[in-house]
Structure formats: structure tokens, C-alpha cells
Design a binder for this molecule. Structure first.
Ligand code: 5CA
Ligand code: ZN
Length: 409
């Protein structure tokens, strides 16, 4: 699939610091020191209702990761998937009496537009689950042949007991895993499974549902977790730097993915850091497609909201926090954008070299965007209150805010 156009990232004087980031798997903060090419996989949307503010907040976090790495003068190899065939997508298409491929294409196109408007850097490889199927089938066959998978009434399941490290990403107890598995696409109550948590790797074709040639697995479609593993291993290989997503992906999705990869390669975990963004809520509940309590980026754009203000609203919360979207959050961001624009539109001002370092430091410290905004706020206040004569300062601040925060002033 094609991704979306990249906005230019201005180069800043000097060099940024290595990223320290909270890793769910080790339950602590680690310093990542990638080679010249940093590798990141971010789980993409299931395209049946895009792009809500919760999605945007999560992609904003991983956009900051890239901007920090680029500022350390590394290249970034970024892969993102699109879950373009899945139960909820098929159910929505059926409910609305539309073709599931058209629904997926339309929502993916909207997502691309939203990502472009928000200045999110695009992945180099943007891969749909459907296009990944030829690479998924041999992985499932290998898992089965190695004894890590079994057949149940034509479907193929992964055996979590094949992975001695199972649980090492999310650290949840068995009861919590069972509840979340039922909530997030699993089928813990299906009779005949070796372990209730075992996830589907390949689902036998059902009448009226799309299916593909699965070689020795028979016709069918892939399970969710193996899709991301196949795409990540194909484009990044084992031991890439970050696998990212919202906190609702830690279990089962990233846990199961790490287990699949362990059973395939003997290595654990697949990524050096498992990074999870907090959940954005609306009216007290997690914003989610299934609940329908959504604020869409495209609707805000249509209403004339500047995408830079949406981005500032996202940045005003720490990526690991759960937070609530309100009109006040947006109003504050709109006002901040106006203040910042007024401050950098002056022909000269107060020096900004220290500000560049403060923003770098804040982001390298577990992507502390609120601290970065506070640093810019302080410069802006002084700039408005003082008569400076540094002609390079306004430009430097604009470039810093653009390069490190993705906000065009
Ligand atoms: N296609 C899968 C990943 S392979 C999926 O989870 N798709 S999604 O469309 O449901 O979500 C896309 C991303 O947005 C995921 O990382 C998810 O964790 C994140 N996300 C979903 N809802 C919210 C929310 N309310 N707040 C923050 N992030 C969210
Ligand atoms: Zn995924």
C-alpha cells in the first residue's frame, strides 16, 4: 500500500540525545541506542472508522520517537500495518450493507489525509494484512510443524505453552489475561482449545466471508497477531527497537506477537522496547469505535480547526497518561498556537539556543511533550514581554517546534 507524503523535517544545530523510554516488557525506563538506522513498528488502524483523537494521540507519540531519532542524525526505518480484514471490519460492512474492501479503502484514505494534515511522518512500508497473506501462511505452517500450533475443527491455533516467556510483555495474571482475551478478539470459552488463551493463527473459510489460499492450512484468513509478526519480521527482522501502540495492545496483541516470534526464532522479545500510549476518553469512557463515543480528526478539520492546534492538544498530555478530550483542551491549544505564532512572527527576539536543548531534553526523557510545551511557553512569554535583538531566534524556534514537535508555526 502507499503511505502518505512526508512533511519536511528541518535540521537543527547540534545533535539530540538518545531516547529514554518506558518499556512495558521490562517495566522500567530504558535507553535505546540504535545503530545508524533505528527500526520501529507501529500497529496501524483497523479501517472501519478513522481517525479519532485516540488514534491520533497514539500515532503522535510514535511520531515524536521518530523526530527524536532523526535529531540524533539517525535514519528511521518505520513500518506500519493496516488491519484491512478482521471481524469488526466485516461486521461493520455487513451492518451498513457495503463492500468490506471499499469500506477499508475509504477509511484508510481518510487516515492518510488526517496523518498528512497532522504532519505525522509516514512509514516507509505501509502494509495491509491482505497483501501480507502470502508471507503469513508459511509462518503458520512452520509453527504447526514445530509443534507450536494445532488444528481445531479446521482452524489453526497457536499454543501459548510453546513459549517459555509467555506473559513477559504484559505481566498480567491468568484471570486478567482471560478477561482481556475475551474482550479483545480472543475466544477463551471455545471448547477443545489446549489453553483458553491460545489465539487463532489461521481461520478456516466461512460461507459469505472473504478467504484466501492457505496452502496446507486450507482456505481461510489470518489471525490478528500473526499478521503484525509477519510484517514486522519481513521488513525489520528480529530485535528491532520499538513495537508501539496504545496500551490496549499490550495484551493480547503484543504479548501474542512476541510469543509467535519466539516460537519462530527462539528469541524473545521481538522488539527491544514495547511502548504503549495511554487511552484517550470522551465523556468518561475510552474513545472507541465499538462504543461510538468518537471525535474525528476529519470532522474537526472540516469545522475549520487548524491541524496544528489539534496536534498541540495531543502534545499537551504525556503519551503514557490516560486523558479526557474536552472542548477546553482544544480551546487551550488554539490559544497557545496563536501566542506561539505571534511570538515567532516578530523580526527578532531573545536568543533560543537554550530552548532547543530544553525541548530535546524533555523529549528524550520518555517523550515528555508537556515539558517541551512548557519550555516553549516560557520562551514565548519572554519574547512577547522583552525587546530582543537576536534576528535568528524566531526562525530557530519555528524550526525547533516543527522538527521536534511536528507543529508548523
Ligand atoms: N489494527 C489494530 C492494531 S494491529 C488496532 O488496534 N487498530 S485500531 O484502529 O483499533 O487502533 C489503532 C491504534 O490506536 C492502536 O494502537 C490503538 O491502541 C490506538 N487506540 C485506539 N483507541 C484509542 C484511544 N481511545 N486512545 C488512544 N489510543 C487508541
Ligand atoms: Zn498490530
Amino acid at each position: 500500500m502507499h503511505a502518505w507524503p512526508a512533511s519536511e523535517v528541518p535540521a537543527l544545530p547540534g545533535k539530540g540525545r538518545d531516547l529514554q523510554i518506558h518499556d512495558t516488557a521490562t517495566q522500567g525506563t530504558i535507553t535505546l541506542a540504535p545503530g545508524p538506522v533505528a527500526r520501529i513498528y507501529v500497529c496501524g488502524i483497523t479501517p472501519y472508522d478513522a481517525t479519532h483523537i485516540g488514534h491520533a494521540a497514539t500515532y503522535n507519540a510514535f511520531d515524536l520517537v521518530q523526530r527524536v531519532w532523526l535529531d540524533t542524525k539517525r535514519q528511521v526505518h518505520y513500518v506500519q500495518n493496516v488491519t484491512d480484514v478482521d471481524d469488526p471490519l466485516l461486521e461493520r460492512a455487513l451492518r451498513d450493507n457495503q463492500d468490506w474492501t471499499e469500506l477499508a479503502e475509504r477509511e484508510t484514505a481518510l487516515f492518510r489525509e488526517d496523518m498528512t494534515a497532522l504532519r505525522m511522518l509516514p512509514p516507509q512500508h505501509y502494509i495491509g494484512a491482505v497483501e501480507a497473506i502470502p508471507g503469513i501462511v508459511p509462518l503458520v505452517e512452520r509453527l504447526r510443524d514445530a509443534g507450536a500450533a494445532y488444528e481445531l475443527e479446521g482452524d489453526t491455533y497457536f499454543s501459548v505453552e510453546a513459549d517459555p516467556h509467555f506473559g513477559g510483555v504484559s505481566h498480567l495474571d491468568a484471570e486478567a489475561m482471560r478477561l482481556l482475551s475475551a474482550e479483545r478478539g480472543g475466544d477463551p470459552d471455545r471448547p477443545g482449545k489446549k489453553n483458553p488463551l491460545d489465539p487463532m493463527l489461521w481461520m478456516a473459510a466461512l460461507p459469505g466471508e472473504p478467504s484466501w489460499d492457505g496452502g496446507s492450512l486450507g482456505r481461510g484468513r489470518p489471525g490478528w497477531h500473526i499478521e503484525c509478526v509477519a510484517i514486522a519480521l519481513d521488513h525489520l527482522g528480529m530485535g528491532f527497537d520499538i513495537q508501539g501502540g496504545g496500551s490496549d495492545l499490550a495484551f493480547p496483541h503484543h504479548e501474542m506477537g512476541a510469543s509467535h516470534a519466539q516460537a519462530l526464532t527462539g528469541e524473545f522479545p521481538m522488539a527491544k522496547a514495547y511502548v504503549h500510549a495511554g487511552m484517550v476518553a470522551l465523556h468518561g469512557e475510552k474513545m472507541s469505535k465499538s462504543k461510538g463515543n468518537l471525535v474525528f480528526v476529519s470532522a474537526l478539520r472540516r469545522a475549520g480547526v487548524d491541524p496544528a492546534a489539534i496536534r498541540l492538544a495531543l502534545l499537551s498530555h504525556h503519551y503514557r497518561a490516560d486523558w479526557e478530550w474536552t472542548d477546553a483542551v482544544l480551546d487551550e491549544a488554539v490559544a497557545r498556537l496563536e501566542r506561539w505564532r505571534a511570538a515567532v512572527s516578530r523580526p527578532d527576539g531573545i536568543p533560543a539556543d537554550a530552548l532547543v536543548e530544553e525541548v530535546r531534553e524533555a523529549l528524550a526523557n520518555d517523550l515528555d511533550a508537556p515539558a517541551a510545551l512548557a519550555a516553549v511557553d516560557r520562551w514565548v512569554e519572554r519574547q512577547i514581554a522583552t525587546d530582543g535583538d537576536d534576528e535568528s531566534a524566531p526562525g530557530l524556534v519555528s524550526r525547533t517546534v516543527d522538527a521536534l514537535l511536528g507543529v508548523a508555526l
